[in-house]
Ligand binder design. Structure first.
Ligand SMILES: [Zn+2]
Length: 237
């Protein structure tokens, strides 16, 4: 006998019903769970020097961060897309039908998309989102809202991985470590004796800036960006 794997849920989750276009974004800081963090880093190294991208799943939580209980958003899972068209300075949905299948599948599992991620392989000029990034995030939000992921219309979390391959003069074994900046994190991974990766991890909230009540569709609004601090389990103590 077939057993349903998940609970049958109401047509739309309560949380989504509560999302109103005029709700103010919270801009919470970001906590990335260890497995999700390793997936982000590995997927950026895998396709170097092309861009990786995918969606991130998670929820609002409260976390003890540096002796303080803080409201954060926790990234629990990362799904890297497999069917994209990847270039050194751009990544696009190579197969729109496949992209939509991913969105619908995640919704069937009753998981919530909170945003996306992508990488900027070296030479990146500045650590920031480009105009093209804003345009494609807008398109993704639109596609996601159509299949029921409504939360992202008010606030979309984008994780940016600025990645550079490094060659070292002095050989060393495989290792990795993290450096903590005010908001960003830097992750160094040594994958061969003289080869490693330097990945700067930053997080941005993308949100509708002009909240004009005459315009019903939030996607018509200009999008703003606000950087949030990133935490991982290894830099909390
Ligand atoms: Zn980009």
């Amino acid at each position: 006998m077939k057993k349903p794997a998940g609970k049958k849920r109401p047509k739309r989750t309560k949380q989504n019903e509560l999302v109103k276009p005029d709700k103010r974004p919270e801009f919470r800081d970001v906590f990335i769970e260890s497995r999700a963090f390793k997936t982000l880093i590995t997927s950026a190294i895998e396709v170097y020097n092309r861009e990786t991208n995918g969606v991130i799943l998670g929820s609002n939580t409260v976390k003890a961060i540096k002796d303080e209980r803080k409201k954060v958003i926790t990234i629990k899972e990362v799904y890297p897309f497999q069917t994209e068209e990847r270039k050194p300075s751009e990544v696009v949905h190579g197969n729109v039908a496949a992209f939509k299948r991913v969105l619908r599948t995640i919704d069937s599992f009753d998981a919530e998309i909170i945003g996306g991620y992508h990488s900027h392989p070296f030479p990146y000029f500045k650590v920031r989102l480009s105009k093209g990034d804003f345009a494609s995030i807008k398109e993704d939000i639109e596609a996601m809202m159509k299949v029921g992921h409504k939360r992202v219309a008010n606030e979309w979390l984008e994780i940016l991985l600025s990645i550079k391959r490094k060659e070292y003069a002095k050989p060393s074994g495989r290792e990795w470590y993290i450096c903590d900046y005010i908001k960003k994190l830097r992750c160094y991974v040594r994958t061969q004796k003289k080869v490693g990766w330097d990945i700067l991890v930053s997080a941005y909230w993308i949100y509708p800036k002009k909240q004009d009540p005459q315009k019903a569709k939030p996607l018509k609004w200009e999008m703003g960006a606000k950087e949030a601090a990133v935490f991982v389990p290894w830099n909390l103590d």
